[in-house]
Design a protein around this ligand. Structure first.
Ligand code: MN
Length: 372
C-alpha cells in the first residue's frame, strides 16, 4: 500500500539502499549451495500464502478503524480487492504464481466489537461466508477462522466448528480484544482447545486500546512502520513468559512480517530474562526454546534476504513460511522475492509451500493445474 505514495526521490533513495543492502548481503551470506534452475526451463515453485485477507460488507466499519494507521490518500484503496473472492482474485493469483491462499478477514473484525453477542453472530457469518467461497475454489482457497475473543469458550467452540465442520486450517486473531491479551487466565480454555485440535493460531497485528506517549505526534509510527510489530511481538512474548507454551506444548502460534522482530533478539531474551524483574513467572527452559518450538513465522511484507536468512537461522527453519499480506503488499514483489531469495533450493521449496502444507495440514490438491 505504501508504495502508492512513493515519490521519485524515494525511489532513487530506495534504489541506493537496495544496492547497499545487496553489497552487504554478498559479503555476509553464503551463496546458495544448489544452482538456480535454468531460466529456459523454469520449474514452477508452488506458493502458498497465509496472510491473505478479504472482507465482507458487514466488516467494513471494523476495518475502517485501521484507516488512521494508513495515509488518508490510500487507506481505502484495498477495499475493492478485499471484497473480491472471485475471478479477479484468482486471476491476480495466477498472474503472480500464487497457488493457494489461506484467507482471513482483514482486521480487526469483531475484536473491536463491544457487543459480545454480535461478535459471535458476525464471526459465524464471516466463517460461513468463507466456507462457501472455499467450496467454490477448493484448490485455491483455504481459511482461517475469525473468532469472537470476547468470550474464550465461544471462541474455542467456534474454532472447533470451523475446523471440524468447515475444514479450515486454523484461526487468525488480530491482537488484543478490549484490552485483554491471550496470556490471561480466561484464555486457558481456548489454548487447551487449540492444542487438542492441533491447528495453528495466526497472531496478526492490531492496535492497542490506548495510544502510548511514545507515538505522540508521530502518526507515521502508528501502524505498519513500527507500532504493529512491537505490539504483536510483545503480545507473543507475553504468551512465552506467562508459560502458555509450557502448559500447552502442542500449540503453534504464527507471526507474520518475518516474526515481528523476534528472530533478531533470541540471544538477548535468553541473556536478560534471568536478571529481569520476573515477579512470580518461571520458565523451565530459556525463552528462545519456546519461541523456536511454538512460534512459526511468515515472510509477509518483508522482502529482505538479510531478514529471511536471520529468520531461517534463528528460528526452526521448518516453521518459516511464505506469505504476501494481499492486498496490502504488491503481490508481484512478494512472489518474486521468494522465487529469487538467496537461500538454498531446499529452503526455498520449504518456505514457499512445504512447511505450510505440513503445519496447516493442507492435504488436498492445490494450484491452477490441479483444477478441474
Ligand atoms: Mn495482514
Amino acid at each position: 500500500m505504501g508504495s502508492a505514495m512513493t515519490t521519485r526521490r524515494d525511489l532513487l533513495k530506495g534504489a541506493t539502499l537496495a544496492a547497499a543492502a545487496s553489497t552487504t548481503a554478498a559479503l555476509a551470506i553464503p551463496l546458495s549451495s544448489t544452482p538456480a534452475p535454468e531460466s529456459s526451463q523454469p520449474k514452477h515453485l508452488v506458493k502458498i500464502g497465509l496472510e491473505e485477507h478479504f472482507l465482507i460488507p458487514e466488516f467494513i466499519d471494523y476495518f475502517a478503524t485501521t484507516y488512521p494507521n494508513i495515509s488518508p490518500q490510500i487507506a481505502k484503496l484495498g477495499l475493492a480487492a478485499l471484497l473480491d473472492l472471485g475471478d479477479r482474485r484468482i486471476a491476480t493469483m495466477d498472474e503472480n504464481g500464487i497457488d493457494f491462499q489461506v484467507l482471513s478477514i482483514a482486521g480487526p473484525g469483531v475484536q473491536v466489537e463491544k457487543d459480545a453477542a454480535l461478535a459471535l453472530m458476525r464471526s459465524k457469518l464471516a466463517n460461513d461466508f468463507l466456507a462457501n467461497e472455499i467450496q467454490k475454489h477448493p484448490t485455491r482457497y483455504g481459511g482461517f477462522a475469525h473468532l469472537p475473543m470476547q468470550n474464550a469458550v465461544e471462541a474455542a467452540d467456534e474454532l472447533e466448528r470451523c475446523i471440524h465442520e468447515l475444514g479450515f486450517q486454523g484461526a487468525m486473531i488480530n491482537g488484543q480484544t478490549n484490552g485483554e491479551y491471550l496470556d490471561l487466565d480466561k484464555y486457558s480454555i481456548f489454548w487447551e482447545r487449540v492444542q487438542a485440535l492441533q491447528v495453528p493460531i495466526y497472531l496478526h497485528p492490531g492496535n492497542p486500546v490506548d495510544h502510548p506517549a511514545m507515538y505522540a505526534n508521530h502518526p507515521e509510527l502508528w501502524g505498519p512502520v513500527c507500532s504493529w510489530a512491537f505490539e504483536t511481538a510483545t503480545h507473543a512474548l507475553r504468551l512465552v513468559f506467562a508459560g502458555v507454551f509450557e502448559r500447552y506444548p502442542g500449540v503453534t502460534l504464527v507471526l507474520g512480517h518475518m516474526g515481528e522482530t523476534l528472530p533478531l533478539n533470541l540471544w538477548r531474551f535468553d541473556s536478560r530474562w534471568p536478571i529481569s524483574h520476573r515477579g512470580s513467572m518461571t520458565l523451565v527452559q530459556p525463552p528462545s526454546f519456546y519461541i523456536r518450538r511454538n512460534i512459526a513465522i511468515t515472510t509477509s511484507g518483508v522482502c529482505s534476504d538479510v531478514s529471511l536468512r536471520c529468520a531461517l537461522d534463528a528460528m526452526d527453519k521448518n516453521k518459516v513460511m511464505f506469505s504476501a499480506d494481499y492486498p496490502f503488499e504488491k503481490l508481484d514483489v512478494e512472489s518474486r522475492f521468494i522465487s529469487e531469495a538467496r537461500v538454498t533450493e531446499a529452503e526455498r521449496t520449504q518456505v514457499a509451500s512445504q512447511n505450510a502444507k505440513r503445519l496447516m495440514r493442507i492435504n488436498r490438491p492445490i494450484g491452477r493445474t490441479s483444477q478441474t
